[in-house]
Design a protein around this ligand. Structure first.
Ligand code: PMP
Ligand code: GLU
Length: 398
């Protein structure tokens, strides 16, 4: 019998991917499932990006690329950081990877030794914790609640810092809450980390462009933490390029060199054709994204209205990304028509899937068992139908 490693056995399957697998399986069995489980834009990749990929193939970009990415792509990323974020990076501070997920894994595996602590505000994106555990690190979560829009303060963070703290990982805009840290809130966090120069900050900004509330702010803008901050970004969300698998970092050059060394042994670098496509995307003016952002905003408004009509949910209005994370704890203790008592977010998502065939992701996976994640990266008619079904299921709870 094959005996698998403790490393694998201790790892949870990605809950987002698990839910989307389950909905795919149910659909294959002919069930009319609506999946609001995956954070994947339903838009097609813009055709000018596809054309750039085809062009790249024809030009012979089909060989091993340089491990940190082609120089002209890394230059396009530096120019993007300057244009959109007013951040200055040289190309030796940029590493291109197989998705933002790998970018994060590279940094964590480069920095964390067994026993090191990593601070992660909760709710957090599912994969942070498992990547930290893979490196032998100890995730220390910093709880927040819907009352403070699921954000943490500098004071809360500082209370958790110990002499073992090596990393802080957060996302803004946030998956799963759609919250956005303001410049002032980021400054407050920066003031704390400026006192602890050997703590590295991973600022996951993959939802940067899907923002309904003004300018995107990065913690890297503050000179006092620039040299300890890694900005993670990628093409999956804004450019609807989830399958192309392309992400990148802007980082202090020692960290960029470490990540290059790391991925030199794992992947040899990101797909050459996707890299050519990424140059076209990053060189495009972001005004191109206006229509997509406004479609997401309309969807957000539809879902917000629908959720407010369901008794037992506490809902905040997300300012960015494409998720709602309503607090469902008022439903705990209620009984389903089959006589099962809802005790957890897991129970509720299983019940909603069984009863009305809508797939959501339970809050446990994001470090907040009182809530449930709804992804609205799908069309308005499907969202309206999904909300109708969720309302029916919740109204049946007694
Ligand atoms: N960070 C967050 C917060 C995400 O939601 C995702 C979702 N895919 C990623 C990173 C990873 O993105 P990628 O597809 O570039 O690996
Ligand atoms: N990030 C997306 C989500 O949270 C995609 C799934 C994944 O990469 O885990 O649903």
């Amino acid at each position: 019998m094959i005996k698998f490693s403790d490393r694998l056995n201790n790892m949870e399957e990605s809950a987002t991917l698990a839910m989307s697998r389950l909905s795919r399986e149910l659909k294959q069995q002919g069930k009319d499932v609506i999946s609001l489980s995956l954070g994947e834009p339903d838009f097609a990749t813009p055709s000018f990006i596809e054309d750039a990929a085809i062009e790249g193939m024809k030009e012979g970009y089909t060989k091993y690329p340089p491990v940190p990415g082609y120089d002209d792509l890394r230059q396009a990323i530096c120019d993007k950081f300057q244009r959109d974020n007013n951040l200055h990076y040289e190309i030796n501070q940029v590493v291109v990877s197989t998705g933002a997920k790998q970018s994060i894994a590279n940094v964590v595996l480069s920095i964390i030794n067994p026993g090191d602590e990593v601070l992660v505000p909760a709710p957090y994106w599912v994969s942070y914790i498992e990547i930290v555990k893979l490196a032998g690190g100890i995730p220390i979560s910093i709880p927040s609640s819907i009352e403070n829009d699921y954000k943490v303060t500098g004071k809360q963070v500082e209370e958790k810092i110990s002499n073992k703290t090596k990393l802080f990982i957060f996302s803004t805009p946030c998956n799963p809450t759609g919250s956005l840290y303001s410049k002032e809130e980021l400054k407050e966090l920066a003031n704390v980390f400026a006192k602890y120069k050997d703590i590295v900050i991973i600022s996951d900004e993959i939802y940067e462009h899907i923002n309904f509330s003004g300018k995107h702010e990065s913690i890297a803008q503050f000179p006092e933490v620039y040299n300890q901050t890694v900005v993670v970004n990628g093409l999956s969300k804004a450019w609807a390029m989830t399958g192309w698998r392309l992400g990148y970092i802007g980082a202090p050059k020692e960290i960029a060199a470490a990540c290059t060394k790391m991925q030199g042994q794992f992947t040899s670098g990101a797909n050459s054709i996707a890299q050519r496509a990424a140059i076209a995307a990053l060189r495009k003016e972001t005004s191109y994204l206006k229509e997509m952002i406004s479609a997401f905003k309309n969807r957000r408004d539809i879902v917000y209205k629908g959720l407010l009509e369901i008794k037992g949910l506490h809902v905040n209005l997300p300012k960015a990304a494409f998720y709602f994370f309503p607090d469902i704890s008022d439903l705990f203790g209620k009984t389903t028509p089959k006589g099962q008592v809802i005790q957890t977010s897991n129970d509720l998502s299983t019940y909603i899937l069984d009863e009305v065939l809508v797939a959501l992701v339970p809050g446990e996976a994001f470090g907040n068992p009182n809530s449930i994640r709804i992804s609205y990266a799908t069309d308005e008619a499907t969202l309206t139908e999904a909300l109708r079904r969720i309302k029916i299921a919740i109204e049946k709870l007694k």
